[in-house]
Structures are given as structure tokens and as C-alpha cells.
Write a protein that binds this ligand. Structure first.
Ligand SMILES: Cc1cc2nc3c(=O)[nH]c(=O)nc-3n(C[C@H](O)[C@H](O)[C@H](O)COP(=O)(O)O)c2cc1C
Length: 366
């Protein structure tokens, strides 16, 4: 793919996307939950970590390769699940898949994709995972699982942190509405919610939204339905990671949904050390939330993640220049990661540890 001369940094790409999108769509992508406390904390927490430079190291055999769930990956930067990508660029998830393939990146396709999971799978020869939202009816959830299996997705990433949404203030204030033509096509013919009526004394949250939300036994049920490895996305508490591991899931994504789930929850990078300490070294931990540069990827790996997912940076790439923009984002982050590794004296990802950081322990969990 040809280089785009004006994209020197992620900020350039985000600015371009915002110009294409306008105010309302930009607000939809950028906002967190409530007043954006957690969303802001994600990025600020990375800024508080400092990396030790190490000089005169021999990194001539350096590389960023790794294995996840038995599959080889060229680098540890994956494209996380982002809903409704056709709102961000007319080619939607197909453009993202093209970029993932060109840049050897893993891709996690959202249940709420605006291109069918089969069409996207056809663009991805390898490293494709399907993000699953439990549906109100078990048979609908199962239909999605069967389709993902048939299309060749090699893992299910089950998002567990947004059984109910808080207010999305910024996009509401900006008057955002999803364009008519952008639909969750994978869910066509499925019912959005269980149809039962609330009594006068019932709570809209507890007896309403949460009535059909998944619980731990839903994960056990899902394990009985599929041989695909299951990763839980949206874990922050170490005890939830321990519980996930006890159930035999393949791994977890330490994530607060980019600050869009529980407002006031901690930055994902800030709790990663506690989550890593609670599970064995070989339990798969991925992280997302606030990754904006290659040095952030390095810091996440130093504190115990095997790989990271991109949320908004992927949206910026898509909005700025479709497949080319997403490819540029991946290229930037990968090059920055390699640069950071070289200057920190790390030839491989296995060399990256907490010892590479100046202040891994004083780093507060907020
Ligand atoms: C516009 C938007 C749509 C998202 N859609 C989904 C989704 O469909 N499924 C999901 O599991 N997470 C979704 N997320 C959360 C991301 O996968 C990811 O956890 C988060 O964006 C990471 O933080 P970052 O944006 O700071 O990189 C979405 C996030 C954004 C900003």
C-alpha cells in the first residue's frame, strides 16, 4: 500500500478522521461513559509510566513475533472489536479486514458489525476472532457461534462488561444518530430483548436490562456448546480473572471498554499488574484501553499482557482513509514498538518485563 505523506502521527490521522466525520460522529467515537473519567484515565495512566533506556545491546536478530492460542502472530497489536464500522467509512469492516491482512494483524470482529461476519471472514486468511455478545435468546447466541465456527473464526471473544449501558452524554448532546443504512447485519431476524413486562415495583435495571444479561453459568453453557477457545473481554478485577481461569476459559482481555462501561472504574493498564499477579504467568492476558503509541504497547507487555487491542485508533484510521488509514495506524504502532524495544535493549517480546520500567511498583491502581 502506498504511504500517505500527511500521516506522520496518530494525532494527524485522528484529526483527518474528525474532519471527515463531523461533530456528532466524532462525539460518538470519542466519548466514554458519563463524564469520561475512565476514558481519560486510560491514556493518562500510560503517561505516568517511564521506560529505562538500555544502551549498546545487540538487537540485530530482533523481532516482534509471538504465538497466541497456538497461532503465529507477526506482532502483538490486534484490531479490537468496534461496532458499526460502515458509519466510520463506507467500506466498513471489509476495509479494516483488508488492512489487517496487509499488515499481518489479528482482527476481532464485533457481533455488531455492519458487514456480515462471513464476508469479513472471507477477507481474512488467518488470525481472525469473533467477538460475541450474548443475545436475549440462547438459540440466537448459538446461531452466531455456529456461523462464526463455519466462517473459520478461531476464537470467541465474549464481551462481558456492558450488560447495560450508562448514559452516552457527548453523542446525545451532539445529536448523534446511527445512519439508517448502518445495521447490525449479523443480528437480522433476532429479537433485541426478551419480551416480558415489568411490574410497577420492578427496577428497569435489575429486572429489566439485567434479566437477560449473561452470568458465570452462561460462560459454562457456552463452553459446552463450542470447541472454540473462549476469551472474556472486559475483566478488571483480579478475582474475576481468577474465576475465568478456574472455569477453563482460554484468556481474558483486561479492559474497561475504552471507558464506555462502568464510569469511575480504573484505567485498564493500572490494574493489569494485579490481574497478572492473580493468575499464572502463562494465562493469556490481553489489554486494551488508551493504547495510542508503540511505547504504550511496550508498557502493557512489560506489565504482563501478551498482546494489545486497538479501539479508537483503528476507528481514526478508518475514518481518515479507509483500509489505507487502518494500515497506517498499524504500521505506526508497530514501528514505534520496534523503536522502543531497540532503545530499551529488548530484541524480542520475551525480553520485555517490569524491569524495563522505572516505576512499575509505585504505579497506582487508579
Ligand atoms: C465506537 C466504539 C465501538 C465499540 N464497539 C465495541 C463492540 O462492538 N464490542 C466490543 O466488545 N467492544 C467495543 N468497543 C470497545 C473496544 O473494543 C475497546 O475495548 C476500546 O475501544 C479500547 O479502548 P481505546 O478506544 O482507548 O483503544 C467499542 C469502542 C468504541 C470506541
Amino acid at each position: 500500500m502506498p504511504d500517505h505523506p500527511s500521516f506522520l502521527s496518530l494525532t494527524d490521522i485522528a484529526d483527518m478522521a474528525s474532519r471527515h466525520w463531523g461533530r456528532a460522529l466524532t462525539a460518538h467515537v470519542e466519548e466514554g461513559g458519563g463524564e469520561d473519567q475512565t476514558r481519560r484515565a486510560n491514556e493518562a495512566a500510560f503517561d505516568r509510566l517511564r521506560i529505562w533506556p538500555r544502551v549498546l545491546a545487540d538487537v540485530r536478530q530482533g523481532h516482534t513475533a509471538l504465538t497466541l492460542l497456538g497461532e503465529p502472530f507477526v506482532h502483538p497489536v490486534l484490531l479490537g472489536p468496534l461496532a458499526y464500522q460502515s458509519a466510520l467509512h463506507r467500506d466498513g469492516e471489509l476495509a479494516t479486514a483488508e488492512a489487517a491482512t496487509a499488515m499481518d494483524a489479528g482482527m476481532v470482529l464485533s457481533t455488531l458489525s455492519s458487514c456480515s461476519l462471513e464476508a469479513v471472514a472471507a477477507e481474512l486468511p488467518a488470525r481472525k476472532w469473533f467477538q460475541l455478545y450474548f443475545q436475549a435468546r440462547a438459540e440466537d447466541t448459538l446461531r452466531l457461534v455456529r456461523r462464526a465456527e463455519a466462517a473459520g473464526y478461531s476464537a470467541l471473544v465474549v464481551t462481558v462488561d456492558v450488560p447495560v449501558h450508562g448514559p452516552r452524554l457527548r453523542s446525545q448532546q451532539a445529536g448523534f444518530a446511527m445512519p439508517e443504512h448502518v445495521r447490525a447485519v449479523n443480528l437480522a431476524g433476532m429479537s433485541a430483548a426478551q419480551t416480558h413486562y415489568l411490574q410497577a415495583q420492578d427496577s428497569v435495571i435489575f429486572q429489566g436490562h439485567m434479566a437477560s444479561a449473561p452470568r458465570w453459568d452462561s460462560i459454562v453453557w457456552l463452553q459446552q456448546q463450542t470447541a472454540l477457545p473462549i476469551i472474556l473481554k472486559g475483566i478488571l478485577h483480579p478475582q474475576d480473572a481468577v474465576q475465568a481461569k478456574k472455569l477453563g476459559v482460554a484468556g481474558v482481555v483486561v479492559s474497561n471498554h475504552g471507558g464506555r462501561a462502568l464510569e469511575g472504574s480504573p484505567a485498564s493498564i493500572a490494574v493489569l499488574p494485579q490481574v497478572r499477579a492473580a493468575v499464572d504467568d502463562d494465562f493469556l492476558l490481553l489489554l486494551d484501553g488508551g493504547i495510542r503509541r508503540g511505547s504504550d504497547v511496550f508498557k502493557a507487555l512489560a506489565l504482563g499482557a501478551q498482546a494489545v487491542l486497538l479501539g479508537r485508533p483503528q476507528a481514526y484510521g478508518l475514518g481518515a482513509a479507509g483500509a489505507l488509514g487502518v494500515a497506517q495506524v498499524l504500521r505506526l504502532l508497530r514501528e514505534e514498538l520496534e523503536l522502543t524495544m531497540a532503545l530499551a535493549g529488548c530484541a524480542t517480546l520475551a525480553d520485555i518485563s517490569a524491569a524495563c520500567l522505572v516505576n512499575p511498583n509505585e504505579f497506582s491502581a487508579c
